[in-house]
Design a protein around this ligand. Sequence first.
Ligand SMILES: [Zn+2]
Length: 70
Amino acid sequence: MRKKILTLQPIKKGYIMKMYKCKICGYVYHPEKGDPSQNIPPGTPFEKLPENWVCPLCGAEKDQFIGQSI
Ligand SMILES: [Zn+2]
């Protein structure tokens, strides 16, 4: 008998970066895009954003953002 290995979740580059949504204005931070308005390079995960990063639309702090499951 042959065993099949099932992969439930395809993983790209070993790590899936989560999007985060501002619960005040609805802005979504896309890690693959970064935030050019605050010199955040593309590919920066939300967790790695500087502490002083704020929502580019409404100025909310990071703790106002909610992780979005893909
Ligand atoms: Zn916002």
